[in-house]
Design a protein around this ligand. Structure first.
Ligand SMILES: [Zn+2]
Length: 444
């Protein structure tokens, strides 16, 4: 190839690449890139130094105030005359090619007539934070895709730094989220720790919008009251549907705080109660069969009985069919539960109500105590149960169940969460659909 001849590929590259900076390549500096990704009005990038600290390459980028730019008072946010200059501070920025990057800046103190002598505020970091705001958002973004310890490892930073970053993102998001269009909510209790530690969670479950609205420690009436108080009376008055389990403390609070909303008992919870009842019948019967010396027909049947028939594997299906030939208490309980599935297919609440009454009567005659308990509970909550048909189409079906599954993934990812605060932050971060500020450059 003769000198000066261009390859086709080189030509194509020149055509599609739009120059964003006209600095000659030999004078292109890091500063040029920095000014493109993050520009501050009253500050300029100074010298850039590369060195090694504790076995790691570190890039220190000096920040300088623009000539005759006056510092901003951190107390009142006004421009004030400078008083003195403190020793340089380092603010961690997004790492570059595996090299840690710091902004190095000597903070000035201002002499403010209202606040006294106080330190200035800088646009790249808030308060006493040792990380730049950009870096904190960068870590928080990654923390949506990876666990916190994975993020810390990938970017050679501490778990604590990742936690603080996510906390910052959540605090910002909660302050800026829009709660005006919440019409349907789902309330649930979730076990998050051994030893019966519960959370109360509140989701928005409007058709098409699902997100976590609130998390509180414990599952008492007081807990849920705290949500309603923070949600505000006006927003409560705008609620149309509230979906929950048959948990008495909740039901009472809902009736009091959102009297205008229709209370709905959730399908997922009711089926869970039935599954629990079957499991009780099975466990007791298996024991008594064994004691009487019969062959252990119920052994290994637990999951066949709890799964929906359409989800059974081939061999499970055969096992179940075999079992159903016996005249067992467990089989009778199972058939009652499967029969109850028809309830959800009704369109009119009136017909569904008739079905419910017949089912309850039959179950009450079954002599299966755990099943009778569920029937009694359903009878007691008949109107709320039938509200399910009134809410159909307005709330996304199985929303609470879906959100709970996601929540479990987050709590499981989170063995590092020893405190409720950390768990709370993690849950809002991954399930809250919180807004983020508009930024000029997306790092990830
Ligand atoms: Zn001030």
């Amino acid at each position: 190839m003769r000198a000066g001849e261009r390859t086709l590929r080189g030509l194509w590259y020149d055509l599609v690449a739009r120059p964003i900076d006209t600095t000659p390549p030999d004078r292109m500096q890091l500063k040029t890139i920095l000014n493109r990704i993050e520009r501050h009005r009253s500050f300029v990038y100074g010298e850039v130094r590369l060195h090694e600290r504790m076995g790691r390459a570190v890039l220190d980028i000096e920040m300088r105030p623009r000539a005759n730019g006056r510092p901003t008072c951190s107390g009142c946010g006004r421009r004030r005359p400078g008083y003195d200059t403190l020793s340089p501070r380092r603010f961690e920025f997004v790492p570059l090619w595996g090299i840690a990057v710091y902004f190095v800046y000597a903070m000035r103190r201002v002499e403010c007539p209202t606040c006294g002598v106080v330190v200035e505020t800088v646009p790249w970091a808030s308060g006493k934070s040792q990380a730049t705001t950009t870096y904190a958002w960068f870590l928080a973004r990654w923390a949506k895709r990876l666990s916190w310890s994975e993020v810390a490892e990938a970017f050679q930073t501490s778990w604590e730094r990742v936690f603080r970053s996510v906390e910052m993102a959540v605090t910002w998001g909660l302050a800026h989220r829009d709660l005006e269009n919440v019409r349907a909510i789902g309330i649930d209790e979730v076990l998050w720790r051994k030893g019966y530690k519960f959370l109360t969670v509140v989701y928005q479950i409007d058709a098409g919008v699902r997100r976590l609205l609130w998390v509180g420690q414990d599952r008492r009436a007081k807990t849920l009251l705290r949500f309603f108080r923070s949600f505000g009376r006006e927003r409560c008055a705008r609620l149309h549907f509230i979906c929950s389990d048959m948990w008495q403390p909740y039901l009472k609070v809902i009736a009091r705080k959102a009297a205008g909303a229709i209370q709905v008992l959730d399908r997922f919870h009711i089926m869970a109660h039935l599954s629990k009842a079957i499991d009780e019948v099975r466990a007791k019967e298996a024991k008594s069969l064994k004691a009487a010396g019969y062959e252990p027909v119920l052994k290994g049947m637990r999951f066949c009985l709890l799964k929906r028939p359409e989800n059974l594997s081939g061999s499970q299906e055969i096992k179940l069919a075999e079992l159903l030939r016996y005249n067992l208490r467990t089989v009778r309980a199972y058939l009652l539960k499967e029969d109850f599935q028809f309830f959800w297919q009704y369109v009119s609440p009136a017909w569904a109500g008739k079905f419910l009454d017949r089912w309850c009567t039959r179950t009450m005659r079954s002599r299966l105590e755990p099943m009778k308990r569920v029937a009694r509970m359903l009878r007691n909550h008949r109107p709320l149960l039938l509200n399910w048909f009134r809410a159909r189409g307005e709330i996304s079906a199985a929303a609470v169940e879906g959100m709970n599954n996601k929540l479990k993934v987050t709590t499981r990812k989170a063995y590092g969460f020893r405190t409720f605060r950390a768990l709370e932050i993690a849950l809002y971060h991954s399930l809250g659909h919180l807004p983020e500020p508009k930024i000029t450059h997306r790092f990830c």
